[in-house]
Each structure stands twice: as structure tokens, then as C-alpha cells.
Design a protein around this ligand. Sequence first.
Ligand SMILES: *[C@@H]1O[C@H](CO)[C@@H](O)[C@H](O)[C@H]1NC(C)=O
Ligand SMILES: *[C@@H]1O[C@H](CO)[C@@H](O)[C@H](O)[C@H]1NC(C)=O
Length: 306
Amino acid sequence: MKTSSLLLAIAAATCLAAVARAGNFYQDTEMTWGDGRGKVVNAGRGLDLTLDRTSGSGFQSKSEYLFGKIDMQIKLVPGNSAGTVTTFYLSSHGDTHDEIDFEFLGNVTGEPYTLHTNVFTQGQGQREQQFRLWFDPTRDFHTYSIVWNPQHVIFAVDGTPIRDFKNHEARGVAFPRSQPMRLYASLWNADDWATQGGRVKADWSKAPFVASFRGFSADACVWSDGRQQCPVGTMEAAAGGRSWWNQQLSDMSYRRMRWVQRKFMIYNYCEDAKRFPQGMIDRADMDGSSRINDSSSFQTPSEIGR
Ligand SMILES: *[C@@H]1O[C@H](CO)[C@@H](O)[C@H](O)[C@H]1NC(C)=O
Ligand SMILES: *[C@@H]1O[C@H](CO)[C@@H](O)[C@H](O)[C@H]1NC(C)=O
């Protein structure tokens, strides 16, 4: 009897924690700019950002985090989105800041978006990897995730990892692990560079442009008053191998990531010999060893049926 009521109490606490994490944009975020162009919708369950000729808009999380799993569902600007950039990223402050970026560069109708990713550590970026998506990101919401733990920064799209930036501090590469970061999102005009190198401009007759956000969830350690507070159960789950805290790619997810990289990666700083003629020593996206036979084929469910 005692045991079962204790279990119930634990279950209730777990549920409460889970409910508290499922994002409500009123509670968890605040508009930062755009003068009314960003709006919380659906009683807090969604948020729309808009961009017109005068201004874009943006919001940020109220909390700062030091490690976590952050998910956001986004439906990008449809139709002619040339010149627009939608962002979803974590960042700390200052000259030696850390930053983990998802940026979506729009395009003219019928041409593909570019998903641009980057990782800054101690103020240094230049670690871009760019991808095509294997679906139309403007038709439906898709989930974009950042798993940030002491050993990995994993970027995922609908649960499929696309990038794994590893902790290579032992080789002298800085890793983001001491500066708390806040979540930011924005929709802005970057038509001087974003689309086809800036040749294609935004078509303002189609404005306002709208990008929609929902399903914000931060299963994350919150930084407050100089202390890190992780969700109840994080370390227990980690000990059982069920937490983002010590998540790494399984062989299966590694193969899925390599599949995406082979088929959809369009730029990789690690292979840019023009830009880094001396060779990029700071390649925390590379594997130290080829632990998996890379030429093995893998199909994600979304490729089947295309
Ligand atoms: C837009 O479409 C063109 C043509 O398909 C492509 O070269 C370009 O990479 C696409 N994305 C952006 C952001 O320009
Ligand atoms: C890797 O896989 C390919 C295709 O399955 C196979 O032909 C090749 O021999 C394998 N290489 C190694 C080193 O196992």
C-alpha cells in the first residue's frame, strides 16, 4: 500500500514536470522586437512571426539553459519566401559567446529552402553545414531539435539527426559547456545575401510573410541565480541511459545521419579547402575513427515513398 502510493506520487510528479515543460508561449517566451508583428496564437500553443517591408519580428525564451533538449515545430513562410530568413537558435552573450544555430533561407516559389546550421564556441563560428530538406517545410509543421549535453550538440529534423558536433576539447577545440544560452527565434529580411547569393530579392507585394511556431519544449537545465537546475529525474534517466543528458548517436541513428549528409548536405566547412587552405584543424564534426562502414546504405522512412 505504501509502495503503491509512493509510486503514484512519483508518477504524479513526473507528469507535473512533463506538463510544465510542454511549452506555452505566453508563459515561456517573450516578444523581443517587431512592434506587434509577432503574435501568440491558439491560447499560447502557437506563435506567428511576420515580416513586412518595414520590419521582421522575434521572440526569446524567458529562461536561460545550460544543457538540454530543445524542440520546436516550425512551418516556414510558404510561396515566394525569397529574401526571408527564419531562425531558431541558442545563444549566450558577449564577444566570446557560444551559439547553436538553425537558419532557414527562403527561396522563390518551387525552389528549395536551405537549412543552414552553425556552432559558435568562445565567439568563433565558421562551422557552417548546409542542407536541403527532404520534404516541403512550408506545408506542415516539422520538428527541429537541438540536443545539447556535455559531449554532443546534435541537430535533428523530425527526430533524424543531421549533425553531431562533438566535444573535442581533448584536441583543443572549444565546446559550449559553461555559458548558459537563451533560445531565440526570428523572421527577418536578409535579401542582400540569403537567396541565391542575394541575387533574388524579397517580393514585398506578397508581404506580410508569416512563419509559424508551435510545440516548444525545453527539457533542459535552467540557469537561474548562478545555479543550474535540471528537471527532476534527469540524472536517474541518464543513469538508465534514457536521457538527453548523455545521449549520443546509436549505430542506427549514426547511419541515418550519414544518409542525410550524403544525400542532402550542400555545404560542409570540413571539406572547404578554398576557405581553409591550411586545413581545418577544428573539425569537431568529423569522426576520429570510421566506426561504421559508411558505404552501407540506409533509407529513412521519408525517402521510401518519394
Ligand atoms: C534556391 O534555389 C536555387 C535554385 O534551385 C538554389 O541554387 C539555391 O541554393 C536555393 N536556396 C537559396 C537559399 O538560395
Ligand atoms: C562496406 O560496405 C560495402 C557495401 O555494403 C562493401 O562492399 C564493403 O566491402 C564494406 N567495406 C568494409 C571495409 O567492410
